[in-house]
Ligand binder design. Structure first.
Ligand SMILES: *[C@@H]1O[C@H](CO)[C@@H](O)[C@H](O)[C@H]1NC(C)=O
Ligand SMILES: *[C@@H]1O[C@H](CO)[C@@H](O)[C@H](O)[C@H]1NC(C)=O
Ligand SMILES: *[C@@H]1O[C@H](CO)[C@@H](O)[C@H](O)[C@H]1NC(C)=O
Ligand SMILES: *[C@@H]1O[C@H](CO)[C@@H](O)[C@H](O)[C@H]1NC(C)=O
Ligand SMILES: *[C@@H]1O[C@H](CO)[C@@H](O)[C@H](O)[C@H]1NC(C)=O
Ligand SMILES: *[C@@H]1O[C@H](CO)[C@@H](O)[C@H](O)[C@H]1NC(C)=O
Length: 794
């Protein structure tokens, strides 16, 4: 009788709620074996909001909500066998096959011996209750949302409440061995999962594969096995979490961002969010995956570990994680480097200590990461404050575990992130292919022209897809980042450089002055510079072109420019030979990239120690490349306006043909300066020594080159043979006749020991103008033009 009334009532409500249905079919709430439901022969569908619909097997209705059991589909092709709460989003509160949908040809077989089998079209059994021969008398969908297989005595043999998926409904319990789980959305790793499980003494929140776990214990001394979700609390008979009072049916769902949210039904179709259950115990940054893969969480904010080596997956949603600009390749493991990350830990410090293993020193920990290709981050902390004595904690993390880097909260933590220290392989391949094709141009200009065009096109497309092209900043953003341009790193003819901070990243902002270029020209040049990605070039992070403001944002290199380290008249610190040699190699590689490896060849035209910056490991990076006008290689090799800096200009500046060979000459000067520890033009010295290169010429002819080597460095004196070799290489670069200078790639190869050095053909580094009838005002002033607007620091 009551049942009948209920059905009538619900029928009326259905008519109100689902007016599109021509006829309301009342479904049973129980079913008996043996029975068979084939998706293809189930005709009536219940439409859900939007496209989804359900093929109903059982139904259970209360005064304020409606439950269905059946096949649920979003698109009509993939089906899950689910218990559905009408109105909930998504409606499934339980599924037999979550994440493993079946096709239209699937069926549910409720066998005569009491088993329930879900099999797909090809006959494979996707799921079963394994209740064969357990005297099952029927199947029932309770009004609580529980799907029950019961026996003759009406007691439960199997129930869906014992096999929860991601949702718990009011009245349901989580008992030991049971858990709800979800696949997190903010990671690219398919195997990642978040769990809320019942353990002895409390509930545990955990994630895989990050080995993260956090326990929530009962507010009681008696330990229980089951934690019930009841009106007002979760954890009954004790309480683990407080919950708001229920006004109608509630359900809790573990959602893909890791939050456990409590919803409450309001009438038939609208649930309302009542509470974020873990919010009292967990802050934003405590959730694994809060900032996605590689994201660093700090004070509820997400950022990437470094702007130079990472890009945000979604600029507008910083919590979507970050991607390495250059993916780590195990085939190129010799280029792997560890970038120090300031103040970064893994989850909480407790979590770090729990997962870390002991290691004798920071260096051992870093090495362990470098030799293991799968390692992406090494985090180290010395035991106690007495460093070095008895080692510390070392944690090595693979990429799939990098889901919760967080701002560190204790001293002495140092984190290192692995980066691929090389240029993009794809770009190199394109460059090689294009140069090979260019070499075949003898076959016909037309032919090669067509191919070249294709190459060019391909490369442009490639560039389009390269992440991390310079970001456009507003002037206001940069003003804030540099605290109103308050910390000046240097200044020169081209503009001043200021230190700043964006997120966690320290940056150097170059404020260009006297740029006459229009915005479009400026953007074009910025894009060109932004495409230059090389370990030996300072990385352009972004720019600003707003009204008359023209600014460039570069990565910040903590050791400043080379001049500070090599012109050390009274400095106590001198660079070792090994460091100087590495600096020379880095400069050569950087130039070789600019000259020979990128399509849009760039002659730097202002190579000098002030434009060579050093990172924390004294790796040199060229800055200011591309700021001189690019040479149009197809049309002419002639440039008219003079650029560069007095003291570093190649002799051909006096003539008219300026090519990248001018950089090679300037490089030669810088090398000699590095080896000799003094500036090329040092007017504080006696007149005959003012000009280092003239002195070099003289000493080379008289065979007294050793006199020139930096006398302030014992280490240099100990490596005289190699130093002399470098000096000869520099002299090769200093040939007055630009065609006799080596290619930068050759120079790099010689320095790396791959090729050997040809003897410098000529000890003439300063042109003689007497023969041309030029004035002979002395070598320094005769070929040294005045400083141009291009020269500047950095
Ligand atoms: C359902 O299962 C029973 C028992 O395993 C089996 O005999 C029967 O053939 C199945 N029905 C279909 C249509 O596959
Ligand atoms: C079987 O048990 C359920 C729940 O305990 C109850 O709702 C139902 O009325 C019972 N059925 C019979 C026939 O006793
Ligand atoms: C969650 O439950 C599943 C199925 O019972 C089990 O295989 C898995 O180990 C459990 N995971 C956790 C973290 O409790
Ligand atoms: C992390 O979890 C995996 C799989 O559960 C296990 O094999 C591994 O030993 C755990 N690592 C740590 C450090 O607990
Ligand atoms: C939950 O408890 C409160 C207060 O005891 C009561 O007013 C409310 O009706 C209860 N809700 C349900 C769904 O039983
Ligand atoms: C690291 O970050 C924490 C949390 O923001 C802060 O309290 C601490 O002072 C920072 N430490 C350093 C060395 O910056």
């Amino acid at each position: 009788m009551i049942m009948q009334n209920l059905n009538m009532l619900s029928s009326i409500v259905f008519l109100l709620v689902f007016p599109i249905l021509p006829m309301v079919v009342a479904y049973p709430s129980t079913a008996a074996p043996s029975n068979l439901w084939k998706i293809s022969s189930m005709q009536t569908r219940v439409a859900m909001s939007g496209n989804p619909s359900a093929l109903v097997i059982l139904e259970s209705v209360s005064t304020s909500y409606r439950l269905l059991f059946g096949f649920y589909t979003m698109d009509g092709n993939a089906f899950t066998l689910s218990v559905l709460l009408m109105g909930a989003q998504p409606p499934a509160i339980w599924s037999a096959n979550p994440g493993d949908p079946v096709s239209q040809d699937a069926m549910l077989n409720f066998t005569s011996d009491g088993n329930m089998l879900l099999s797909d079209g090809d006959g494979t059994v996707i799921w079963s209750t394994a209740t064969k021969s357990r005297s099952v008398a029927g199947l029932r969908l309770d009004v609580s949302g529980n799907l029950v297989l019961f026996d003759q005595k009406n007691s439960s043999v199997w129930q869906s409440f014992h096999h929860p998926t991601d949702t718990l409904v009011l009245g349901q319990s989580l008992c030991r061995g049971m858990n709800i789980s979800v696949k997190p959305s903010k990671t690219k790793w398919p195997s990642a999962r978040i769990y809320l499980s019942a353990e002895f003494g409390g509930l545990q929140y955990s994630s895989q594969p990050a080995n993260y776990s956090q326990s929530f214990t009962e507010v009681a001394s008696t330990k229980s096995d089951c934690y019930a979700f009841v009106n007002g609390s979760f954890g009954f008979p004790n309480q683990v979490f407080w919950l708001p009072q229920a006004r109608s049916l509630q359900y809790m769902r573990l959602e893909s961002d890791g939050h456990l949210r409590l919803y409450e039904m309001q009438g038939y179709s609208s649930p309302r969010l009542r509470f974020d259950v873990l919010s009292l115990a967990m802050k934003f940054c405590d959730y694994p995956f809060a900032c996605g893969d590689y994201g660093v969480c700090s004070d509820g904010q997400c950022s990437c570990p470094s702007l130079s080596y990472f890009r945000s997956n979604n600029e507008r949603h910083p919590d979507a994680g970050c991607t390495l600009l250059t993916t780590i390749s195990c085939n190129r493991a010799h280029y792997h480097q560890l970038l120090p990350l300031g103040n970064v830990s893994y989850f909480s410090d407790n979590m770090f200590r729990k997962l870390a293993i002991s290691s004798s020193s920071e260096e051992v920990c870093k090495q362990a990461c470098l030799i293991d290709c799968a390692c992406r981050v090494a985090i180290f902390q010395y035991y106690g404050s007495n460093h070095y004595s008895n080692g510390g904690n070392c944690l090595l993390l693979s990429e799939e575990k990098l889901i919760s880097l967080a701002e560190g909260s204790s001293d002495g933590l140092s984190a290192y992130i692995k980066i691929q220290g090389t240029r993009s392989i794809k770009k190199r391949i394109t460059a090689i292919v294009c140069s090979v094709i260019a070499g075949l141009s003898a076959l016909g200009i037309l032919f090669s022209a067509i191919i070249w065009k294709m190459c060019k096109k391909e490369e442009e497309q490639l560039f389009d897809s390269i992440p991390g092209t310079p970001k456009r900043f507003s002037f206001h953003e940069l003003k804030v980042a540099t605290s109103n341009f308050s910390v000046k790193l240097g200044s020169g003819g081209f503009g001043s450089v200021f230190k700043g901070k964006i997120g966690r990243e320290t940056i150097a902002v170059k404020r260009l002055e006297s740029v006459q270029q229009g915005t479009e020209e400026f953007l074009a040049e910025v894009m060109t510079i932004g495409r230059m990605h090389d370990h030996n070039l300072v990385r352009l992070i972004g720019f600003c072109a707003e009204k008359s403001h023209r600014l460039l944002v570069y990565e910040y290199l903590c050791n400043g420019s080379l001049d500070k380290w090599i012109f050390h008249a009274c400095s106590v610190f001198t660079l070792s030979w090994k460091t100087r040699r590495n600096i020379i190699i880095s400069i050569a590689r950087g130039l070789s990239y600019l000259h020979e490896e990128c399509k849009e060849k760039i002659a730097h035209l202002d190579i000098k120690p002030q434009n060579i910056l050093l990172d924390d490991r004294f790796i040199a990076k060229l800055s200011d490349f591309g700021l001189s006008k690019m040479i149009n290689w197809d049309q002419s090799k002639i440039m008219t306006r003079m650029r560069g800096t007095r003291g570093y200009l190649a002799p051909e500046w006096l003539g008219s043909k300026i090519t990248e060979k001018a950089d090679i000459y300037s490089f030669g000067i810088v090398v000699v300066e590095i080896l000799c520890g003094r500036e090329n033009l040092d007017e504080s010295l006696p007149e005959e020594s003012i000009h280092l290169i003239s002195l070099l010429e003289e000493k080379a002819r008289s065979g007294h080159l050793l006199d020139l080597v930096d006398s302030g460095s014992n280490d240099m004196q100990c490596h005289m043979e190699e130093v002399m070799e470098a000096m000869r290489l520099a002299m090769w670069c200093l040939q007055v006749d630009s065609s006799r200078r080596p290619l930068m790639s050759t120079v790099a190869k010689v320095l790396e020991g791959v090729t050997s050095l040809e003897a410098a053909p000529d000890y003439s580094f300063v042109p003689s103008f007497a023969s041309n009838g030029a004035s002979s005002a002395g070598p320094t002033s005769s070929y040294v033009p005045s400083e141009s607007h291009l020269s500047g620091p950095r």
